[in-house]
Design a protein around this ligand. Structure first.
Ligand SMILES: [Zn+2]
Length: 450
């Protein structure tokens, strides 16, 4: 039996504490089925003043990103890629190796030209002429993403000369607080782009609530860590906003919205280039651009940010996210290179039938109920129930505000781990989903709401 000192009770404030929701089967916004989008969910904070127990450290969240998790507001979730209607692949790119393609360069330049205006360009050419050699050098220079993305910003322009551009364009990285102006923008974006109604509570829950503990910090390299709103102001008006998580060594794009008045400027393209530039400039190694879903045509633009990598959904190593990987997805929606290698090594039977049996075991929610657990559905990329057994007895748990270890639960020893619904099964499920390395560092909260 663990003594209270070994529980690390003094450190609860700085430790990841998660409440396991369990498996969820919901409607899918990508393919519009009413059930079939399956995931395992945990709650990482509650909207209650003074409530600070739940939460995830940015370091632990980064570990989970690299195991295929993401967040929606303060809920963190891991999609069941094999069992879901749509397969959500984690992709990322190294900010320093990104090369803008012609469409991305064009969109960046077109926006700069609009902000500057023809008068500005003419006056600049007259008042601050440059030599022919300089002109040639500029034309031949490679497209510098960081330089180009700042070119239209008011502060950059003013640092060069006193001329006034046609528009005052400013970018402000703000804490992710609610404002009326942000909500109005969200409302208009939802209506025009997604033909959807917005609600203030939905906006707060989805784009302001966050799971981080602490909410804001600075890492040892001086980089900002936490949830931010990157606001785009044109002549003082909020015209677009990115929701970004700044994390240890990466910028993770959560959401982006723009005012429909500006739909001609390819803000979707521009925002990703801007986020890569932010990562590159501030020294975050990677940019995570959200899930890639091959069956969803709206996501195809994500393939254009290269060179990128895709996460293997079984063993979590990274592969080039290139044409050949995507070609495989055309015929095989669930593809794990490591799994295929293992099957070939194990069985010698490499027939399509064998491989196929590992792909998409259910579609569109058939045979699924809310009683499912990650073990009963055989969820992809999580530890087996058997492998969690050496860890679960010592898993730190929080019951109300009391810290304990799992084996202190009354009747623990005789509790059947195989039975869904038992506390033991629930803890094993959380351990398997979080991973055997992260789970011992985390506290599982078994009850909230007292
Ligand atoms: Zn779907």
């Amino acid at each position: 039996m663990a003594n209270p000192d070994s529980l690390g009770s003094r450190n609860v404030a700085t430790t990841t504490v998660l409440f396991p929701y369990g498996c969820n089967d919901s409607s899918c916004g990508y393919c519009n089925v009413t059930v079939g989008n399956k995931s395992y969910m945990m709650m990482a904070s509650v909207d209650r003043p003074g409530e600070t127990l739940l939460g995830i450290t940015p370091d632990d969240y980064k570990t989970l990103l690299d195991r295929g998790w993401r967040r929606s507001g303060n809920i963190i979730y891991k999609p069941d890629m094999r069992g879901s209607c749509c397969q959500e692949y984690t992709i990322r790119l190294k900010s320093s190796t990104f090369k803008a393609n012609s469409k991305q360069r064009k969109a960046t330049n077109a926006w700069s030209n609009f902000v500057l205006g023809v008068d500005y360009k003419r006056d600049q050419a007259q008042k601050y002429p440059i030599t022919r050699e300089e002109k040639k050098r500029k034309r031949l220079a490679p497209f510098n993403v960081v330089e180009k993305i700042h070119e239209s910003e008011y502060a950059t322009l003013k640092s060069k000369n006193p001329l006034e551009p046609a528009h005052k364009f400013e970018i402000v990285l703000e804490e992710n607080n609610f404002t009326e102006e942000k909500y109005k923008l969200f409302e208009q974006y939802q209506k025009a782009v997604h033909n959807d109604e917005a609600s203030e509570s939905g906006f707060k829950r989805f784009l302001c609530a966050n799971p981080f503990k602490p909410r804001y910090s600075v890492d040892n390299k001086g980089r900002k860590i936490g949830p931010y709103h990157q606001c785009y102001y044109l002549d003082g008006r909020l015209i677009a906003m990115a929701v970004l998580d700044l994390l240890p060594d990466c910028v993770s794009g959560v959401y982006f919205m723009y005012h429909p008045d500006f739909s001609q400027w390819s803000f979707g393209k521009l925002s990703a280039v801007r986020e890569i530039a932010l990562a590159e400039e501030a020294g975050y190694e990677y940019y995570y651009m959200g899930y890639y879903i091959h069956s969803c045509p709206k996501m195809r633009y994500k393939c254009e940010y290269q060179p990128a990598e895709v996460l293997d959904p079984e063993c979590y190593d990274w592969h080039p996210f290139d044409d050949s990987f995507r070609k495989i997805l055309d015929s095989k929606p669930y593809y794990s290179p490591s799994l295929e290698r293992r099957l070939i090594n194990e069985g010698s039977d490499t027939s399509a039938a064998l491989l196929k049996s590992y792909h998409i075991n259910t579609r569109q929610g058939i045979n699924s109920t809310y009683d499912d657990t990650i073990f009963t559905t055989d969820m992809s990329g999580v530890a087996k129930l058997e492998d969690t057994k050496p860890i679960i007895d010592g898993t730190r748990i929080l019951v109300g505000r009391k810290l304990a270890v799992a084996e202190m639960i009354a009747g623990w020893e005789d509790m059947p781990v195989e039975t869904p619904g038992s506390a033991k099964h629930k803890i094993a499920e959380a351990v398997a989903a979080l991973g055997l390395e992260l789970a011992p560092k985390v506290i599982i909260c078994l009850a909230i709401g007292q």
